[in-house]
Design a protein around this ligand. Sequence first.
Ligand SMILES: [Zn+2]
Length: 432
Amino acid sequence: MISVVLVCGLFAAVLTEDIPSDPVELLRQYVQINTTTGNDLSPAVEFWTALAEAEGVPITQYEFEEGYPVLVLKWEGADPSLDAIMLNSHMDVVPADEADGWTYPPFEAFMTDEGDIYGRGTQDMKSVAIQYYDALRRIKANNVTLLRTVYMTLMPDEEIGGEYGMIPFVNTTAFYNMNVGIELDEGTSYDIPIIPVFYQDKSVWQIQVDCYGVAGHGSTFPATNSTATGKCRNVIDIILAYRDEQYELSTQATIADAGIYTSVNLNKLNGGTANNVLPNHVSLTFDMRLGTRVKESEFQAMVESWIAQAGDNVTLTYISKNKQSPATRVSLDNPYWAAIVAAAVEQKILILPIVPPGSTDARHVRSEGTPAFGFSPMPNTPLLLHSVDEHLNAQTFLDGINIYQQIITNLASIPGSLTTASKSSYLYSTVE
Ligand SMILES: [Zn+2]
């Protein structure tokens, strides 16, 4: 079912002298590789292979689905028996088309005189991958061997849910053997001088509802509830009434807790063949991000009752139905959180633990039982993930490397005596 292709020591014929020592140049090179989800990722694999070779660290490639490589780079610690630090990023980016109104082409990584680097992936999340790498490169250049092993992992398909990347990867023996104590993953930008830290993600459910009804000539006039569109109207009325309630709740949510509400959006409507024919089939697709206190079994029962109320011949298909992932403890008795708080103090940055409205690959890691935090050091930066004109200022990017150098150093220096508890003790379920 899942095939694993293991390629060790696969080094591209790239001279290490070609690797820019300037991390801004390195980021620009990475952004210039168009890694839109589904594209051929081999140029990105070659890029990372060259970077691993330049640092003399091993790189391993896994492939659970052809064309979707997962990469693991390893910086071995002084005591490899201790739980390791995993720095995750995704290689893929969402599509970007210059015709959508980009000021500069999205895969050119143009830098303005003010130092703003424009390009898809500058915020989400190629910047973070280069920050990890450059921080580790500097630590090594300072002749420091960290106590714990640090891995960089690179995923191929976060933007479409991780089915070929993180989901199979966390179920491998290879992941088990990495003995990860804490995973870091992506966060988000904030237009204020605060960096959020995600400690839980909302789970993603996507449903398709198919409504079937009487077909006929455009001049026929059957009862509304017998038509596909009439049944779909019922579905929409019921689900959007729930959406209104949740919208009210969302207006009371602080920026720190998008977990108090469930977002629901009707994102696709398909149906109809001709202007004068009643369609016998109309389908609707809803995207829902479950509040963190929602009990899945109760939510599922509610969704199924909505569909039952809409009429006969209305079917429900789950496109995506992730289980609720636990939260990572953000109290100082969690040594990993304490290490991040200490780094924030040392770097004079403000951090805020939050549950974001969206979700990241970190949810699959937490669901597997490993604590994880999402952190992208982009304070005072407009939120442009997935947007036209996504860009990041070079100074913010460079400051983020200092921040990551401190965070990685602190995390990988936690003495073994502080992490003897089972790693699941640093997680808690908010649904009990
Ligand atoms: Zn992302």
